[in-house]
Design a protein around this ligand. Structure first.
Ligand SMILES: Cc1cc2nc3c(=O)[nH]c(=O)nc-3n(C[C@H](O)[C@H](O)[C@H](O)COP(=O)(O)OP(=O)(O)OC[C@H]3O[C@@H](n4cnc5c(N)ncnc54)[C@H](O)[C@@H]3O)c2cc1C
Length: 432
């Protein structure tokens, strides 16, 4: 069995990678051959129809869709493509929402829960289609997802969720008395069919390279958007390179908003830190699926810390990687600066208990997740007087589908088309 050092990170030509991402340790998506995608810095003043800030799943998907409409598009990223949370995700692609359908139905009504379900299902299908149409080799696969109980929870929460799932139109979800792992800790569970996973950096990099090579999108990395000025409905983004981008429409796909004076979006969502450990496992020793538990119900946080698990196939003939996440807490809460080792240790202990794994831990890392107070992402026009500025934030742990939904909604809004989900995710709604 080969083992790589924990805290693995790519060898960058320059040593500034850490300045451009949200944690020190690198994720398992980067390796000797896959480095974060780098483009030129902005080195002249340019003018385009649409300027997008942020090279994660939301920014890249929005750029991809809008560029197909014939509009000129520029994308600015202060690190490299995937520098942010998309390079640190675990990339479960699912309509099993971690805010739970019974909460969404209770807070927003059945119709909204139906729209949320439809939007996430469409996002999975969108990624599937894009992978096929663009022939992206990113280890995309469809698989089932299994939601089982945390020991602090009881079966009624699975019953509530299955009823809410039916109401939301996800009729294929079923309660199963035994999970594929067969253990009492993971049974009973809800089985979600037709979920997916991929290697997120291969997906992002492939789309970014294609858009750039076909001259569909001008991509600039190491280009930080510092300030946005609006003059007569036109926006000018000033950057750290000394040059600016002028555009009628600006999309801030920065994970958390970078202009907040009027919108006060920071009051409407809470940043959580989440942790991941990865162990080597023997190939095919664990049924390939997405696994989640329902979270620690004794936690005071509005988002109950839960575990999320998947397998990453490797090129290695004998081993795969088991990726286990969890241990979330509010960013900045006491101890979080000193407690990383405990978080990683807790995750490792849980992983070894539930999955009977004895292989070495080969990666660990952490990242940040924005949790909206009302459980729905925040996608659309920036609240306040800003004209033609759009935001995409409030992903919860479902940012791969939310980022994709953001691309679809923002494309429609910018092109003046109706979008069936725009009202559901509208940043101007009353979020509490
Ligand atoms: C450990 C972890 C596990 C997760 N697991 C899952 C999962 O399994 N499934 C799922 O659906 N979601 C998951 N998520 C959530 C999901 O990964 C994120 O919500 C999603 O990737 C966010 O995408 P984004 O494009 O909005 O933001 P990002 O990927 O963070 O992209 C934003 C980009 O904007 C850039 N930027 C910021 N400010 C500026 C500026 N001023 N100028 C220029 N550029 C700027 C940043 O450098 C960054 O690259 C997970 C998150 C974490 C941290």
């Amino acid at each position: 069995m080969t083992s790589r050092p924990v805290h693995a990170k790519p060898e960058m030509k320059s040593d500034i990678w850490e300045l451009h991402t949200s944690g020190q340790n690198q994720s398992s998506w980067f390796n000797d051959t896959l480095q974060p995608a780098k483009f030129e810095k902005l080195s002249e003043n340019i003018s385009v129809d649409v300027a997008i800030v942020g090279g994660g799943i939301a920014g890249i998907t929005t750029a991809y869709l809008i560029s197909k409409s014939g509009k000129s598009v520029a994308l600015l990223e202060d690190g490299y493509i995937g520098s942010g949370e998309t390079g640190r995700t675990t990339a479960h692609i699912t309509h099993a929402l971690d805010d739970r359908y019974y909460n969404i139905e209770k807070n927003h009504g059945t119709n909204s829960a139906k729209m949320a379900a439809a939007s996430h299902t469409s996002a999975i299908d969108f990624i599937d289609r894009t992978v096929r149409e663009e022939r992206i080799d990113c280890a995309f696969s469809r698989l089932n997802g299994y939601l089982f109980l945390d020991p602090t929870d009881n079966k009624s929460s699975l019953d509530k969720e299955i009823t809410a799932l039916r109401n939301a139109g996800i009729s294929s979800a079923k309660i199963e008395s035994k999970s594929p792992l067969g253990s009492k800790e993971t049974s009973p569970c809800i089985c979600f069919q037709g979920q997916a996973q991929f290697q997120p950096m291969l997906y992002l990099t492939a789309i970014a390279n294609k858009m750039s090579q076909n001259n569909e999108v001008k991509i600039f990395t190491e280009t930080h958007a510092q300030e946005i000025q609006t003059v007569n409905s036109t926006n000018v983004i000033k950057t750290n390179t000394g040059y600016s981008v002028t555009a009628r429409d600006v999309v801030l796909a920065t994970n958390a908003p970078i202009i907040d004076k009027a919108s006060k979006i920071y009051d409407k969502q809470v940043a959580y830190r989440t942790y991941v450990v990865v162990a080597e496992i023997q190939k095919n020793s664990i049924p390939s699926a997405l696994y989640w538990d329902t979270g620690n119900q004794n936690s005071d946080d509005h988002v109950k810390p839960y575990h999320y698990v998947r397998i990453q196939q490797t090129g290695n003939e004998t081993n795969d990687l088991l990726i286990v996440g969890g241990e979330d807490h509010k960013t900045g809460s006491p101890n979080d600066r000193t407690d990383f080792d405990t978080k990683f240790k807790n995750l490792e202990t849980w992983m070894r208990k539930i999955f009977s794994v004895d292989g070495p831990i080969v990666y660990n890392w952490s990242g940040q997740v924005m949790e909206p107070l009302d459980g729905l992402a925040i996608i659309g026009p920036n609240p306040g007087k800003d004209k033609n500025i759009y935001i995409a934030t409030g992903d919860s742990g479902n940012g791969i589908t939310h980022g994709t939904i953001a691309g679809i909604i923002l494309h429609d809004l910018i092109l003046g088309k109706n979008n069936p989900w725009a009202e559901l995710y509208n940043p101007n709604r009353n979020i509490r």
